[in-house]
Design a protein around this ligand. Structure first.
Ligand code: HEC
Ligand code: HEC
Length: 320
């Protein structure tokens, strides 16, 4: 019995070894590709990249023997092909816009010790980037002209232009847009207090402003007697997120008004609603009573608690 077990184990082991060898031979080695255009920042930084990053992010990968042994070689090949795809020091676009963007990404990665990959460092200690080297990269990147950084993506430029146009939107119009219920658009809110900033709804960015009358009413928590003349305005943009994770307003979507006038807006419980969309500020609604169906139902949920308003600062809502 015992002898038989040993025999089976031996056969199994031999099988595994043979399979292992077949896999070694069947495994195609990672191919290097020609260098098209190489990163060239300054000699010291180039050397850091070559030592610590080139084994994954370049066309000149020089691996150790154990990196080429199955199954490690499978992981290495996968990492290298991903790494080459996201950033390749041998296919480097050195126009300032492209280069600066990548250098900021590199700085973020090395400064947070996300690169080189940790599991790689344990077997390739020579790839460790020292704190002095990180400081060197940081000094270089931070000294890059800001102007190029700002121009980094076309999207950033589009949103900046969009925002500039939006800042003076009334100025660009022939006549002031009017909602069917008589509420006039006005740029005034751009100088009011910001009640809240939301980036969590869909892919939008929402800023809610309040005029002095409203802010005072909120501060003194007069929610069941918000005076006439109080106004809340919410502006909605698409979100633009640049590669450093910063969220900024992108395309302008719409702006919404709530104007308190108890007599004028009886059918919507004292609040006049209006919505103007796109940079052309196209008014929402066909008939003067559009808001009865389109707006008040949701805002009524907040009638008692915060006087029909959603964006009341947390300090006040938490106290309730
Ligand atoms: C062992 C292979 C390996 C090494 C060495 C390595 N990287 Fe990477 N790197 C990757 C892989 C794989 C990815 C893509 C997948 C990911 O983001 O995890 C990546 C992604 C990146 C990215 C893009 C992140 C993003 O924005 O998506 C940057 C920047 C980067 N590495 C910088 C570096 C720098 C700088 C070094 C050297 C200091 C380095 N890497 C060393 C494998 C490596
Ligand atoms: C589906 C429910 C819903 C409808 C319908 C609705 N709103 Fe709102 N509104 C909200 C929510 C939720 C908020 C707060 C979240 C945010 O900032 O978007 C809000 C916020 C606002 C604000 C900022 C003041 C505040 O209450 O925080 C204004 C102004 C506003 N809405 C106007 C309108 C107008 C005008 C209409 C009709 C065209 C409308 N709303 C229809 C749910 C709704």
């Amino acid at each position: 019995m015992k002898k038989r077990t040993i025999k089976i184990v031996l056969i199994a082991l031999t099988g595994i070894i043979i399979l292992f060898l077949i896999l070694q031979f069947a495994d195609k080695p990672l191919e290097n590709r020609p260098v098209i255009s190489e990163v060239n920042i300054n000699p010291e930084i180039n050397a850091v990249f070559q030592r610590a990053c080139y084994n994954c992010h370049s066309n000149e990968v020089s691996l150790k023997w154990f990196d080429k042994v199955v199954p490690i070689s499978w992981i290495v090949k996968r990492d290298v092909s991903y790494a080459r795809e996201v950033m390749n020091f041998s296919e480097w676009d050195s126009t300032p816009a492209a280069e600066n963007g990548k250098l900021w990404a590199i700085l973020n990665m090395v400064k947070s010790y996300k690169m080189p990959l940790e599991n790689y460092l344990t077997v390739h200690p020579e790839a460790n980037v020292t704190d002095q080297e990180i400081a060197l990269i940081e000094g270089y990147v931070r000294a890059l002209p800001d102007e190029n950084f700002a121009k980094d993506t076309l999207r950033k430029k589009i949103s900046d232009d969009e925002f500039k146009l939006w800042r003076n939107i009334e100025h660009h119009m022939d006549s002031v847009p009017l909602s069917p219920n008589g509420i006039k658009y006005s740029d005034d809110f751009k100088n009011w207090k910001v009640l809240s900033l939301n980036t969590l709804y869909g892919e939008t960015m929402r800023v809610t402003y309040g005029n002095d009358i409203l802010v005072k009413a909120i501060e003194s928590e007069q929610f069941n007697s918000i005076p006439d003349g109080a106004i809340a305005v919410k502006a909605v943009w698409e979100q633009t997120q640049n590669k450093y994770g910063e969220i900024t307003p992108g395309k302008f979507i719409n702006v919404q008004f709530m104007v308190k006038d108890a007599k004028k807006h009886k059918d919507t419980e004292g609040w006049g609603f209006a919505k103007f969309s796109t940079q052309n500020l196209i008014p929402y609604g066909k008939t003067p009573d559009f808001a009865v169906n389109a707006c008040i139902s949701c805002h009524r949920l907040k009638a008692k608690e915060t006087g029909y308003l959603f964006n009341v600062p947390d300090k006040i809502t938490f106290k309730k």
